[in-house]
Ligand binder design. Structure first.
Ligand SMILES: [Zn+2]
Ligand SMILES: [Zn+2]
Length: 340
């Protein structure tokens, strides 16, 4: 596919989409684009996450009677399935687009591939090895622990377990709200770990990958990983159902790859490509202090002035914000020195 029909490439080879990022149309009054937005909201990402959730529900989860007590048997089984699922999903994107490079750098935001840039910040100087090991040694075990704890809580009668027969409408609404819950939860924890010492000690691990690739998705400090997956626990506080809670967690875990794909579109056939929805979070990795949340279902970044839609105007606004921040910090420093 000709990616220059959809964007531009600079002298270094970095590709930028023509179309600015847009928050959900119901916030901007663009009701004419509601239909297209809704299709993109459902298909393909959330449909795939629901299919994975149903596969877990029917094929993987043991009986809730069994999950009333913690045991290595079912928890290790869950862990094996989680690990295999991530290995298959993230691994196949890595294999086709980063190892075989079947699409070259078409639609790729950063023309370089992480394997070309060894760096001391990574274990074994390799972003790929570092990110892969952190995913499998730290993040997936913590995901399994959070998942097991919430399922154990449901099995033991904590939380308000609504039956689908009596409350199907609310549960359907809740499934549609799950991506919005994710955005709010993720924005809050993410903004928090960008502050001061929390950033230096915790979140900087994830940001070592300035040019993210699939294995970067879950490359996190243990504290960040725990906060990230704890999103599932909201379903113990709101009237819900373990299936919806599982959808929340599955979309968080498998969906973490979305922002780290590095390509704007993934070519499926000669003339067909799938939107990756990766640009919002790619810009976050590039500029750090923009786009803490997601695609703007709940546009917290817009409301707090940290939204970057990829345009030159947004660039200028961001630079202005950084300049003011620096001025404030300098003024504070000057005040401290004067007081001493
Ligand atoms: Zn990231
Ligand atoms: Zn961040």
């Amino acid at each position: 596919m000709d990616d220059l029909k959809f964007g531009t490439r600079d002298k270094r080879g970095n590709w930028t989409p023509h179309k600015p990022l847009e928050i959900a149309p119901f916030w901007t009054g663009k009701f004419s684009s509601m239909g297209a937005w809704l299709v993109g909201y459902i298909w393909p990402h959330n449909t795939i996450f629901m299919a994975v959730t149903l596969a877990y529900w029917f094929l993987v989860l043991p009986d809730f009677e069994v999950m009333k007590t913690f045991s290595w048997d079912w928890m290790l089984w869950l862990h094996a399935v989680n690990s295999a699922g991530i290995f298959l999903l993230y691994g196949s994107v890595e294999l086709f687009y980063y190892v075989k490079r079947k699409q070259g750098t078409r639609f790729k935001y950063n023309h370089k591939f992480p394997a070309e840039n060894p760096s001391d910040v990574f274990w074994f100087k390799s972003q790929n090895i570092d990110n892969f090991l952190r995913t499998f040694l730290i993040s997936i075990p913590l995901w399994t622990l959070v998942e097991s704890a919430v399922l154990w809580a449901f099995a033991n009668g904590y939380g308000i377990w609504l039956s689908p027969e009596d409350h199907w409408l609310w549960l359907v609404v809740l499934v549609f709200l799950a991506p919005a819950i994710h955005e709010v939860h993720f924005f809050c924890i993410h903004w928090l770990i960008h502050q001061g010492a929390l950033y230096r000690h915790i979140h900087s691990v994830h940001h070592n990958s300035i040019n993210p690739s699939p294995w970067s998705s879950m490359s996190m400090h243990p504290v960040e990983a725990t906060l990230f997956f704890a999103e599932m626990a909201w379903h113990l506080l709101i009237p819900s159902n373990p299936l919806v809670a599982l959808f929340q967690l599955t979309s968080t875990a498998y969906g973490a790859i979305v922002g780290h794909i590095g390509f704007d579109k993934l070519e499926i056939t000669e003339g067909q490509a799938m939107d990756s929805h990766a640009y919002t979070h790619y810009l976050h990795h590039k500029y750090f202090e923009v786009n803490y949340g997601g695609d703007g279902v709940i546009p917290l970044d817009k409301w707090f002035g940290t939204w970057h839609d990829g345009t030159k105007d947004a660039d200028e606004r961001m630079k202005e914000r950084f300049r003011k921040k620096k001025e404030r910090a300098n003024a504070r420093k000057a005040g401290q020195i004067a007081a001493e």
